[in-house]
Design a binder for this molecule. Structure first.
Ligand code: FRU
Length: 485
């Protein structure tokens, strides 16, 4: 172990127990979502399945719930529902990553996991930290078992990037196509536009610059983070998290976005031509920097960070005082239906279900239905018939409202949203709501995964209201969820 890593470990060991104590008492700790044991979590990194075991690495600041020096935390699972917290996998202990081991990905080849990540280095001085004053290097390490890791190797030093870019070049995602390996990176150009660049390799060790994978696009922001490329059937899909897009009606309401393009890839030129508009992956308050992988069953699975950077002063998370902040979304399976990317909760989560409660509700102008209640649950609402609209009041002061005339679904939070107010999405016809409520989060899958709205919320303990009003006929299935490990 190198001396810097030893010092970092000692620092964590001296401060973490106090935070563990605080965190343990927090009612807002989630029941079936992955959180940092203490401190801060952001992007999913290096997600993969290797020899049957799912690995979820993540951006982690173990002792600072407001972020800070980034490590890679590590969780493993056999079923994507029950996770074990492993030792920290990656420390900022190399000259090329000394101010943070930033985001990256995993690529499995011949029984070895190859990891590619961003090493962040920040110089001391009077810099703008955009065009000067920092390095973002690309490093590589491997694992033969998923638990022990090789030495790191610098692959692409910051001084080797092509001209025309600022110092913001990061988040390698590696994939294989027709015998070649490709690495895409998110960038900010000198003209303050986002672009995705691509490198190519035949051996995963030597990489050469191939050009621009996706060139900048009008009104698409100044920086594109966390690119991801994959194919479902013969459909090429590019995911990314752009920063700097202006609010446009119901679109782009959060500080930063994440979404996807369908498109076509020209493998001779190695570039991607979008064939669809940029579509947001989530329409709630807390979703960013998603990453996908293909599991051993061939499913394309995506985790997102159930959070966003730079949300303050608009909204906040009161768990900071309780020693931690942020979590992952549930993992979602991606498929294509009728030319749309669908996101569905994994069937594995059904093991959490307690006894089923079903009911058929006729909600009318004079009859509100309030016979259900719950805090941690899954509820499927099939809309059999709909008049002017439907309102569902949940927990303390959360409202899901569908206006059939305007075809708009709105998620509105009150005090328990800590500044989160209202998000809306256009839904032409509402057929189903599939709601996952955890102690301090809500994921709403609309029309079998056509749209999703994700939010954190912080209701008081015991706030378990579920109340329907409007004009509708609904078939409801509801299960309380609990972990029995
Ligand atoms: C996205 C991001 C990445 C970066 C990482 C640092 O949230 O900004 O671009 O690698 O977080 O934690």
């Amino acid at each position: 172990m190198n001396p810097l890593q030893q010092e970092l470990r000692l620092g964590i060991a001296s401060k973490q127990p106090e935070l563990v104590h605080k965190v343990k008492q927090d009612f807002w700790r989630l029941i079936y979502h992955e959180m940092p044991p203490t401190g801060w979590l952001n992007d999913p990194n290096g997600v993969c399945q290797f020899s049957g075991v799912y690995h979820l690495f993540y951006q982690y600041s173990p002792i600072d719930p407001e972020g800070g020096l980034k490590y890679w935390g590590h969780k493993t699972s056999k079923d994507l529902v029950h996770f074990k917290e492993e030792e920290i996998a990656l420390f900022p202990d190399h000259p090329a990553d000394v101010h943070g081991v930033y985001s990256g990905s995993a690529f499995i080849k011949q029984e070895v996991i190859h990891f590619f990540y961003t090493g962040n280095v920040r110089y001391q001085g009077d810099y703008d930290y955009i065009t000067e004053g920092r390095e973002q290097n690309i490093l590589h390490f491997t694992s033969k078992d998923g638990y022990s890791f090789s030495e790191k190797k610098l692959l692409i030093g910051a001084d080797h990037y092509p001209a025309g870019f600022t110092k913001h070049i990061r988040d390698p995602k590696v994939f294989e196509k027709d015998g070649f390996y490709y690495m895409i990176l998110g960038t900010r150009t000198n003209d303050a536009e986002g672009q995705i660049i691509v490198y190519q390799s035949t051996n995963l060790a030597d990489w050469s610059f191939r050009g621009i994978f996706l060139k900048s696009l009008p009104k698409m922001g100044y920086m594109w983070e966390c690119p991801d490329y994959f194919e479902i059937g013969d459909q090429a899909i590019l995911l990314m998290s752009p920063q700097g897009i202006e609010v446009d009606g119901l679109h782009y309401q959060n500080v930063y976005q994440s979404g996807y393009f369908f498109g076509r890839t020209n493998w001779e030129k190695v570039n991607f031509q979008p064939s669809s508009p940029f579509r947001e992956l989530d329409h709630g308050f807390d979703f960013y920097a998603p990453q996908t992988f293909e599991d051993e069953q061939g499913r394309r699975i995506m985790w997102g960070w159930m959070g966003l950077p730079d949300i303050e002063p608009t909204y906040s998370n009161p768990t900071i005082e309780r020693g931690w902040q942020h979590a992952m979304t549930m993992p979602r399976e991606l498929t294509i239906k009728d030319g749309k990317l669908m996101q569905r909760p994994l069937s594995e989560f059904q093991v959490l279900r307690d006894q089923l409660v079903t009911c058929k509700l006729e909600v009318g102008k004079r009859n509100r239905a309030n016979q259900l209640s719950g805090e941690v649950y899954e509820m499927v609402i099939d809309v059999l018939d709909l008049g002017e609209g439907l309102s569902i009041h949940l927990r303390q002061d959360t409202l899901i409202n569908y206006d059939a005339g305007q075809q708009i679904l709105t998620l509105e939070l009150g005090e328990s949203g800590y500044g989160r107010n209202k998000r809306s999405v256009l839904v032409e016809s509402l057929t189903q709501l599939h709601i996952f409520s955890d102690t301090s989060s809500l994921e709403i899958f609309i029309n079998d995964g056509e749209y999703v709205m994700t939010t954190r919320l912080y209701p008081l303990e015991g706030q378990d209201k579920i109340e329907f009003s409007g004009e509708a006929c609904l078939a409801i299935r509801k299960w309380n969820l609990s972990k029995k490990d």
